[in-house]
Design a protein around this ligand. Structure first.
Ligand SMILES: [Zn+2]
Length: 280
């Protein structure tokens, strides 16, 4: 699964003290990641240097991530967008998909979430004083009141509702034209994932479901979701799209698919593909 932790990645908070040599730098400015682009082949790679400052950058924050295939990995934030070294380029995280191998892409997603957490928690949300790194944990601690600030992960469900050989797909107004996907929505405080699913399906399309079965999950670093995907069976109700969130929704089947499906990067596509495979 894209964005899942690579099998050869060992997360850690501190680099081994005897370590020397170049390391991988996952550097961000706003939402873009720094890559080295070979001007002849157009191939893209993640910078491998001893420190990101060698790339001509001013680094405002850095976080150690762990070791990938024996190579330490760091996430960092660059102060400025301007790049002085030739061959360096900023790139949207989604655009990196398929340009680097899946392992590096997954670490890029993790790095982005950690840098984004760090830069959005510089000050305590309770008292407004400065936060400092807490020893031994991926955590920021308020210098004054002691409030702890962990990286945010927002759980969201995704569901493929099935009615015999038909399945329910919908499109949001911000999708590209012709694209439909499975229903999805964020969990609210106090809800189980099953309750989120039942509520979201009813709110978005007015349909009741049961027989909820887990499919798979996927970290989704835009900016800090965890998608948890399920299958469910239709029970009752006519499809009635919520005009605030759903532009159109309907029953599809293997002989009647939408013009476009979500990118292969996403768990929604995996869920749709698995459903189609089970029906053919
Ligand atoms: Zn505080």
């Amino acid at each position: 699964m894209i964005f899942s932790t690579p099998s050869r990645f060992e997360p850690a908070l501190q680099v081994a003290s005897n370590r020397s040599g170049p390391v991988l730098w996952f550097v961000f400015h706003k939402n873009n990641i720094l890559v080295i682009k070979n001007t002849e082949t157009q191939e893209v790679s993640i910078p491998l240097v001893e420190h990101a400052t060698e790339l001509g950058l001013i680094v405002t924050r850095e976080q150690y991530l762990g070791v990938l295939n024996g190579v330490p990995c760091y996430a960092a934030e660059a102060a400025y967008e301007a790049l002085t070294n030739p061959g360096l380029e900023w790139m949207g995280l989604r655009s990196l998909f398929s340009l680097v191998d899946d392992e590096l892409f997954a670490i890029s997603g993790r790095a982005f979430q950690i840098i984004d957490w760090h830069r959005t928690h510089q000050f305590c949300g309770r008292c407004g004083h400065k936060n400092v790194q807490k020893e031994g944990e991926r955590c920021l601690r308020c210098h004054d009141c002691g409030q702890l600030h962990y990286p945010r992960v927002a759980p969201a469900i995704m569901v493929m509702v099935q009615r015999e050989k038909d399945f329910l797909l919908a499109r949001s107004p911000h999708f590209i034209p012709g694209m439909y996907s499975a229903l999805a929505g964020f969990s609210e405080p106090g809800e189980t994932l099953e309750e989120t699913l039942e509520r979201e399906v009813f709110e978005e399309v007015g349909v009741r479901v049961n027989n909820i079965r887990y499919f798979a999950s996927q970290p989704w670093p835009f900016p800090h979701s965890l998608m948890i995907a399920f299958h469910a069976d239709y029970v009752s109700g006519e499809i009635t799209p919520d005009p605030q969130e759903i532009e159109d929704a309907g029953w599809f089947n293997v002989n009647k698919l939408p013009e476009k499906l979500p990118s292969p990067i996403s768990i929604s596509r995996k869920l749709i593909d698995a459903t189609i495979a089970s029906l053919t």
